[in-house]
Design a protein around this ligand. Structure first.
Ligand code: NAD
Ligand code: IPM
Ligand code: MN
Length: 370
């Protein structure tokens, strides 16, 4: 790929603090490795609402569509609780996902060896954990119609959200999960609630058919999503790739995040379909965590989820696999050194702030690249 156009959307709360650490890495990669990243910036979420009354402007949407990849911080916060639902900060993120057709959300949960003691679970339950949640991102109850509150006229209102899935949506997300499983431990667990939801019945059926038709070499299990949540905290190492719908994937990935020590550790990649001609795909990379209003502006946010999201960007959007590996090794080395933000602090370790972690990762990355 000739150009490497990155759109940076830092967003709200700790989003800009975490993004600043990635900007250091981009500068170092351009200076030391001639990586040739061209960056543009835009506003999303509450900061965009404050500037122009929308959760993302048309101009910034156009920039996102033209970019090779979007790096996204976080959106939201109590300041914007009173704003109309249609322009709430989260609407900016949902619009990006929908308009860029980013149907496949990859959320890896890896327990770095140095953090086994930071998890709320016993070290032997999480040591060596490496699972990948593949969350469907442009369908389901997030986008299904009708979605509304209606006045029933008798002093009652009715809130309606609609869970909808079509065959092609289930086929393409399960295809992504099976393909990725082949590069890992070759095992997919599909999660739905076929016992109460028609969309769950269809999900189960289509995943089974897709498996039979194209991926019979991959081991496939089915699990009800509530039991899946329980199994994730009971014995998470039984899983390799989990494929699930938009809402279950949202909840199960927050659960998985805590296995790794903190929500501040979990990166994600949201990918579109490869272009038939060029093979390139639209992509957005973001940490799984939100804007963390409780710690925003204090310089104590963990930037690792954001940095690791950039590593996913190097790997999936630019084929910079060696650089992505080095960046992940650098993160691991910094944790091995004992540097910790507060969310992953444990006895005997050194508490440092956001920028100190970012600087240490940059330093390690440069040393590994030399
Ligand atoms: P949150 O992820 O912002 O925070 C949950 C808890 O985890 C908080 O105690 C926070 O301090 C901690 N935490 C999160 N990230 C951390 C980090 N990097 N380092 C250290 N601690 C971290 O979730 P929430 O409080 O439920 O939501 C706050 C706002 O963020 C809401 O407006 C929500 O809609 C939004 N949100 C946005 C995204 C996104 O932009 N992708 C994701 C989730 C939530
Ligand atoms: C996430 C977030 C988003 C979601 C919100 C902010 C729209 O929780 O990315 O996990 O629900 O998908
Ligand atoms: Mn979430």
């Amino acid at each position: 790929m000739a150009s490497k156009k990155l759109l940076l959307l830092p967003g709200d709360g700790i989003g800009p603090e975490a993004m600043a650490e990635v900007e250091k890495l981009i500068a170092v990669m351009n200076a030391d490795l001639g990586a040739g990243f061209e960056t543009e910036r835009g506003l999303v979420g509450g900061s965009a609402y404050d500037a122009h009354g929308q959760a993302i402007s048309e101009a910034d949407m156009a920039k996102a569509l033209a970019a090779d990849a979007v790096l996204f911080g976080a959106v939201g916060g109590p300041k914007w609780d009173p704003v109309p639902y249609e322009v709430r900060p989260e609407a900016g993120l949902l619009r990006l996902r929908k308009d860029l057709a980013l149907f496949a959300n990859l959320r890896p949960a890896i327990c770095y060896p140095a953090l086994a003691a930071s998890s709320s679970l016993k070290p032997e339950v999480v040591e060596g954990l490496d699972i990948l949640i593949v969350r469907e991102l442009t369908g389901g109850v997030y986008f299904g119609e009708p979605k509304e509150i209606i006045d029933l006229g008798n002093g009652q209102k009715r809130g309606i959200d609609t869970q909808v899935y079509d065959t092609f949506e289930i086929e393409r997300i399960s295809g992504v999960a099976f393909e990725l499983a082949r590069t890992r431990k070759n095992h997919v667990t599909s999660m739905e609630k076929r016992n109460v939801m028609k969309s769950g019945v269809l999900w189960n059926e289509v995943v089974t058919q897709t498996h039979k038709a194209k991926y019979a070499d991959v081991k496939l299990d089915h699990m009800l999503a509530d039991a899946g949540g329980m199994q994730l905290v009971r014995w998470p190492k039984q899983f390799d790739v989990i494929v699930t719908d938009n809402l279950f994937g949202d909840m199960l990935s927050d659960v998985a995040a805590m296995l790794t020590g903190s929500l501040g550790m979990l990166p994600s990649a949201s990918l579109g379909a490869p272009d038939a001609k060029t093979g390139s795909r639209k992509a957005l990379y973001e940490p799984v965590h939100g804007s963390a209003p409780d710690i925003a502006g204090k310089g104590i946010a963990n930037p690792i989820a954001m940095i690791a999201s950039f590593a996913m960007c190097l790997r999936y959007s630019f084929g910079m696999v060696a650089e992505a590996d080095r960046l992940e090794t650098a993160i691991s080395a910094v944790l091995d050194e004992g540097l910790r933000t507060r969310d992953i602090l444990s006895e005997g370790k050194t508490e440092v702030g956001t920028t100190a972690i970012g600087d240490a990762v940059v330093e390690r990355f440069r040393a590994l690249s030399a």
